[in-house]
Design a protein. Structure first.
Length: 132
């Protein structure tokens, strides 16, 4: 239905656009892109990705990476700050459930402590790379 479609579009915008974040957030980086990935049978599949890097000042940075191939989605969240990881942890299952409700098959869905910022692969295939 049209009403359900409108709700879905608003939810996607709220997820993708950092307009709803508190004033304490200084900067959010967004990379959106596409690349081809070879499957086991050698077929090239389209993979779309989004990488969001949120700066929560005193709490530190949280990086969110999501990849979509067909209807399969993998999401990884990482931060250097264990406190920020602990705050985000309860929302991971909710996100997974919402993605499933929208007809996606969720593979990896994890939040982890990480000292690496995975930017090179994303920047090489980015269509959009902005900071807001």
């Amino acid at each position: 239905s049209s009403a359900a479609s409108d709700v879905y579009k608003r939810q996607i915008l709220q997820f993708l656009l950092p307009m709803q974040l508190p004033d304490t957030v200084k900067q959010t980086e967004i990379d959106l892109g596409h690349y081809k990935k070879n499957t086991k049978n050698g077929e090239g599949k389209d993979v779309w990705f989004i990488r969001l890097n949120f700066n929560f000042e005193a709490l530190g940075q949280l990086q969110a990476n999501a990849q979509l191939m067909d209807k399969n989605v993998d999401c990884t969240f990482s931060s250097l700050n264990q406190s920020l990881i602990d705050k985000a942890q309860p929302y991971i299952q909710m996100l997974k459930q919402r993605l499933i409700e929208h007809g996606l098959s969720v593979g990896k869905m994890a939040i982890e402590f990480s000292s690496e910022r995975t930017t090179d692969k994303y920047k090489a295939h980015s269509i959009i790379n902005i900071k807001v």
